[in-house]
Design a binder for this molecule. Structure first.
Ligand code: SF4
Ligand code: SF4
Ligand code: FES
Length: 332
């Protein structure tokens, strides 16, 4: 079957602006989009640039937008795409600057991964000494082994399967809103290590750092990370679990944590959402004063929330549902 690959092209050294170039190919059984791009590069146009390595959906290099949907090119069948869209249109990932054609600049993404310390803390302090000893031809003095049951490592946590492909990051609404936001992959990694029984983060520093501005509480819950992850990981689910864990451990200095606590308190006290009280709990009186023009505008349009709320019936049930939540705040 003959089909067309329509690729985004942009070489900042020679092109004034991006354009699309079309290549006509013949498919073969089981042909993937990556096979098609490699065929273009090998036989038609050697200047087409894209990343790839394993061709087995394990290295994460070949992520790109295929017919508008972020996927791994090596895991995407040409036949399925042609059947649905009639063409293979490829674009670079979003939320990252484009270096050339389908290649994006990954620096900010990997800086954010580094920021969460993607390795076991504490018990591994001996590793530097071990490397030094090995380099100097000495024996490692005290080898340390960590025995761990497989189910304790994974549990209901599939974040160790992350291949750092950036599909989630490309679509993340939180990164669109704030380019400094850590993003789903870094936060999934943060969770992966904070849940690892071998990690020795005595002071809960992972959760404290992850709660800082542009951290876990800046997730806008758009669910894109769950939708686009080719490994079936749901970063947003583990982000919500980390919110809960941070609040239970009194790591509540962020606006996001205060907002969650404010909502919980309001429901606990009245069974209803007291928007004014939640706003005061989240940003304080000074924050409210900053937003005064918005509040006045809302009031003039008859959209001011009520100042007093009636309790709902069955308040006892509500209180029982919230009794496990530790609402004490700690200000760092
Ligand atoms: S749910 Fe949160 S982390 Fe996931 S893509 Fe949306 S904003 Fe990003
Ligand atoms: S969480 Fe999924 S989409 Fe995000 S980087 Fe890891 S494997 Fe890729
Ligand atoms: S080439 Fe490695 S994931 Fe596609």
């Amino acid at each position: 079957m003959e089909f067309t690959v329509k690729s985004y092209r942009f070489n900042p050294e020679i092109d004034e602006k991006p354009y699309y170039k079309e290549y006509v190919l013949n498919d073969f059984p089981g042909m993937t989009v990556l096979n098609a791009l490699m065929k273009v590069k090998a036989e038609i146009d050697g200047t087409l640039s894209f990343r790839r390595s394993c061709r087995s959906a394990i290295c994460g290099s070949c992520a790109m937008k295929i017919n508008g949907i972020t996927k791994l090119a090596c895991k995407t069948q040409v036949s399925a795409e042609i059947e649905k869209f009639g063409v293979i249109k490829v674009d670079p990932l979003g939320n990252m600057p484009i270096i050339r054609d389908l290649i994006v600049d990954q620096e900010a993404f990997f800086d954010k991964i580094k920021e969460i310390k993607p390795y076991l803390l504490g018990k591994t302090d001996h590793i530097d000494d071990d490397f030094k000893a090995l380099k100097e031809g000495e024996k490692i003095k005290q080898p340390v082994y960590y025995k761990i049951e497989f189910q304790n490592l994974t549990g209901n946590n599939d974040t160790p399967n992350c291949i750092l492909c950036e599909c989630c990051y490309s679509e993340c609404g939180g990164v669109v809103a704030n380019s400094k936001y850590l993003g789903p992959a870094a936060l999934a990694k943060l969770y992966r290590y904070s849940e690892d029984p071998r990690d020795n983060d005595k002071n809960g520093s992972r959760l404290v750092n992850g709660s800082k501005p542009a951290g876990m509480f800046d997730c806008v819950h758009c669910q894109a990370c769950e939708e686009f992850c080719p490994k079936g990981i749901s970063p947003v689910k583990v982000i919500v679990r980390m919110h809960e864990k941070a609040i239970k451990n009194s790591i509540t200095f962020s606006k996001g944590a205060k907002h969650i606590i404010g909502i919980a308190r309001s429901i606990q006290e009245t069974g209803r959402l007291d928007e004014i009280k939640v706003a005061v709990d989240s940003v304080g009186i000074s924050g409210i004063l900053n937003d005064l023009p918005v509040a006045i505008g809302a009031g003039l349009k008859g959209k001011m929330p009520p100042l007093r709320l009636k309790l709902i019936k069955d308040m006892e049930d509500i209180r029982v549902a919230f009794k496990d939540l530790n609402l004490e705040e700690k200000h760092d």
